[in-house]
Write a protein that binds this ligand. Structure first.
Ligand SMILES: [Zn+2]
Length: 266
């Protein structure tokens, strides 16, 4: 936990490496200093909450301004072939706002690309670059695009848009027509990491993570296994989330953690 009160201030007159000085346990880094601003980028409503909800709740409670960017409209997140997809889009936006509120996050931005059809081309990269330049986060969090054997194309494209959006945002010659100052985040954390090397302790923030996940009521049946017997299945879902966090923390002696690949030479 050391250093968690320290600000991740990119304008401070210190080399980047000094505020990311590792508080390590074995090969794992544990806990970044609390950033002033963080941007989490997910493919669908609910991905951010699964990937880093506890970390965002912890940072928000310590004063970090958290913005969430959801790239698709979530319009295929239903097992009902007759679902009203326009209504589902609005429902999932409301759920994401409620989930963000449960974490203490501020803004939620929706780019509204069609669920299942996300691409990582230049136009999408420009959109992500613009948000990074507007939000000016110290830390960006997103899907690991290099996760092996990943099936869902949206998660892969969202990961590439996150890393490629950072490369564009930091360089003044990329998308100069945006008229926005370039911005270089200090650190990138990738969830669902192919090679975990960083943990965030979420022991005190598992409750808001679970509350955020449960805000996605349209996903209870398809994603969370909560259907016929909501109260029992809700408890089973909560214990799966706790077990996953316990597994993530075990190698560093943490009770509950979220696991990431950390890139800090951006
Ligand atoms: Zn997803």
């Amino acid at each position: 936990m050391s250093g968690s009160e320290e600000s991740l201030d990119p304008t401070a007159d210190r080399p980047v490496a000094s505020y990311l000085a590792p508080s390590t346990t074995g090969a794992l880094h544990v806990d970044l200093p609390i950033p002033r601003r963080a941007l989490a980028i997910g493919a669908h409503p609910d991905d951010i909450d699964f990937g880093c909800g506890g970390t965002l709740a912890k940072w928000a409670a310590a004063g970090c301004a958290v913005t969430e960017l959801v790239l698709t409209d979530g319009s295929k997140g239903s097992w009902d072939p007759k679902v009203d997809r326009a209504a589902l889009i609005l429902e999932r936006q409301e759920e994401q706002r409620a989930a963000a509120a449960a974490l203490g996050a501020g803004d939620v931005v929706f780019l509204g690309h069609v669920d299942g059809e996300l691409a990582s081309g230049l136009s999408e990269r420009a959109e992500v670059c613009r948000i990074i330049r507007e939000v000016r986060p110290d830390v960006v969090l997103g899907h690991d695009p290099w996760k092996r054997y990943r099936l869902h194309p949206d998660h892969r494209h969202a990961g590439f848009l996150t890393v490629e959006g950072i490369v564009a945002a930091r360089d003044p010659h990329f998308f100069a027509d945006q008229g926005l100052a370039p911005h270089r985040p200090t650190c990138l954390l990738l969830w669902e990491a192919d090679e975990v090397d960083h943990l965030e302790d979420i022991e005190e923030f598992i409750a808001p993570k679970i509350a955020a996940l449960l805000a996605h009521q349209s996903q209870w049946e398809s994603t969370m296994g909560i259907g016929a017997e909501p109260s029992a299945e809700e408890r089973a879902f909560e214990s799966r989330i706790r077990d996953r966090a316990a597994d993530a923390g075990a190698s560093a002696g943490l009770a509950l953690a979220e696991a990431f690949k950390r890139l800090d030479r951006l």
